[in-house]
Ligand binder design. Structure first.
Ligand SMILES: Nc1ncnc2c1ncn2[C@@H]1O[C@H](COP(=O)(O)OP(=O)(O)O)[C@@H](O)[C@H]1O
Ligand SMILES: [Mg+2]
Length: 460
């Protein structure tokens, strides 16, 4: 089961609604407070104006004036005796009203000359603003209903709420659109990553926007391409390795089996058979030599592959001289060495270059008996060009592509007869590749071959 997760949209949605609502509540209180203060202050001023005028009137003699005044200005007027009894009230019958000494604004006025307050009036059954002044004989109190104050607040809050809802709607639409531009490519990316993780083939993802998500998508594309290529290369190398082990085991087993077989035959009596025993021993010797060359070639190959590249200046003519001596080339009348430039140098390990040149020459001698052989050393652009040309049997075109592969021999029996292992050309190829050169072959059946390699020259 998937662990439940809250989507990006809902997260942003809730945060935004929360912030906007808090803002709304704060504005509501701020607006309410400001308007209330403003109105109360205005009303206090208004009531004070009334008080100024009313302070000079007498609640006993001026009742009609007071009643008219109260009606005209929508204000409630009360005169209270200092003992709390009511002398006059514009909205009620004074004699039926309770004692007012406990009213906070009256208490305050008796104490401080003036008093004021906002409270629920039991008499009027509504919120009222009161202003009370202590006069010589009475306390004069005027008041108005606070409904007049609350009305503008209510309408402001209504407008505020309206804007709040519009703002919320816009915000939610924007969030929805924005999160979609993020989540859509992210979902695609996740899908691709899961697929890729399972080893399935994936398509290159489209980079939609030039933002962080776009960068992520682009990086993923590059990474997956690189990884796929690396994986292919690893598989290729792994196949080469497997093939090599299989081939090598087979190549080693063949001479060993022969040796074992003839040893057993000798042991079982053939050693006393004067007609055959020497011949059997010769066969054993030949096969053990074959094993030796095979192991030597394999060691050479692994040395070339594993050794660190330790380069020194190698003078090709000097290597050639050593080869002439080691292979007795001067004794062979059919070999011509064409070397007009004795100073050509390459950066390499001398043993490696020796091996490469030796293998080409050795093949020409082995596989092209009675043919003319030319060894060519020359400068070609900034490269050394080394070639061995023969007029031997040549190599059919269908075999040429694979000729430099390990253990590959078009004619295995012939190669084995000549003491070949099938590793010579792959040794050449590995050496030359290691030092930044290339190998090649031009050949036609029955018309001879040119095996060549090039290597970057040391500038002189
Ligand atoms: N100069 C040549 N002329 C004809 N065939 C050749 C020549 N050089 C190499 N070959 C062929 O290429 C094969 C592979 O050569 P190589 O890798 O040196 O292995 P090996 O010599 O041990 O058989 C040889 O078996 C041979 O068939
Ligand atoms: Mg060879």
């Amino acid at each position: 089961m998937n662990k439940k997760h809250i989507t990006l949209f809902y997260k942003l949605f809730f945060v935004t609604v929360l912030i906007l609502t808090l803002t709304f509540i704060m504005s509501f209180y701020l607006v309410q407070d400001t308007i209330k203060n403003l109105s109360v202050n205005q009303s206090i001023e208004l009531l004070s104006g009334h008080n100024n005028y009313l302070a000079n009137l007498d609640p006993n003699s001026d009742k009609t004036v007071l009643d008219n005044y109260a009606k005209k200005h929508a204000v409630r007027i009360t005169y209270i005796f200092k003992n709390g009894k009511i002398a006059f009230d514009s909205d009620n019958n004074a004699s039926e009203m309770e004692n007012h000494l406990n009213r906070p604004e009256i208490k305050e006025a008796l104490h401080n000359k003036t008093g004021q307050g906002v409270r629920y009036s039991n008499t009027m059954k509504k919120q009222m603003l009161y202003i009370a002044w202590a006069l010589p004989d009475y306390v004069l109190r005027t008041s108005i209903a606070l409904k007049n104050i609350d009305d503008p607040i209510r309408s402001s809050v209504r407008k505020l709420l309206f804007f709040h809802i519009i703002l919320l709607t816009i915000a939610i639409i924007l969030i929805y659109k924005t999160t979609q531009t993020i989540t859509r490519p992210l979902n695609k990316l996740t899908e691709s990553i899961i697929k890729f993780g399972k080893g399935e083939k994936i398509e290159k993802l489209k980079v939609i926007a030039n933002d962080e998500v776009g960068m992520l998508t682009d990086s993923f594309n590059k990474m997956s391409i690189q990884l796929t290529e690396d994986l292919k290369e690893l598989k290729r190398l792994e196949n080469i390795r497997k093939e090599f082990i299989a081939n090598a085991s087979h190549e080693l087993k063949t001479p060993l089996t022969t040796i074992n077989g003839f040893l057993e035959t000798l042991e079982n009596g053939a050693i006393d058979d004067p007609e055959n025993n020497r011949r059997f021993i010769q066969i054993i010797k030949k096969n053990s030599n074959r094993l030796k060359t095979l192991v030597e070639d394999m060691l050479n190959l692994s040395a070339i592959e594993n050794n660190k590249v330790e380069k020194k200046e190698v003078t090709i003519s000097l290597v050639m001289n050593t080869l002439i001596e080691d292979m007795n080339l001067t004794d062979m009348v059919n070999i011509r060495i064409i070397n007009n430039n004795k100073s050509l140098k390459v950066m390499a390990k001398e043993d490696d270059i020796y091996l490469a040149m030796q293998n080409y020459i050795d093949n020409a001698i082995k596989y092209c008996p009675n043919s003319e052989i030319e060894i060519i050393i020359k400068k070609l652009n900034n490269y050394l060009y080394f070639a061995v040309k023969d007029s031997g049997p040549g190599i059919e075109e269908k075999y040429q592509d694979r000729l430099f592969e390990r253990f590959y021999r078009p004619d295995k029996t012939r190669s084995q007869d000549k003491g070949g292992t099938g590793l010579g050309l792959s040794i050449v190829k590995n050496v030359i590749k290691k030092y930044g050169g290339s190998v090649g072959l031009e050949s036609e059946k029955d018309k001879g071959s040119i095996f060549y390699f090039t290597l970057p020259l040391v500038k002189s």
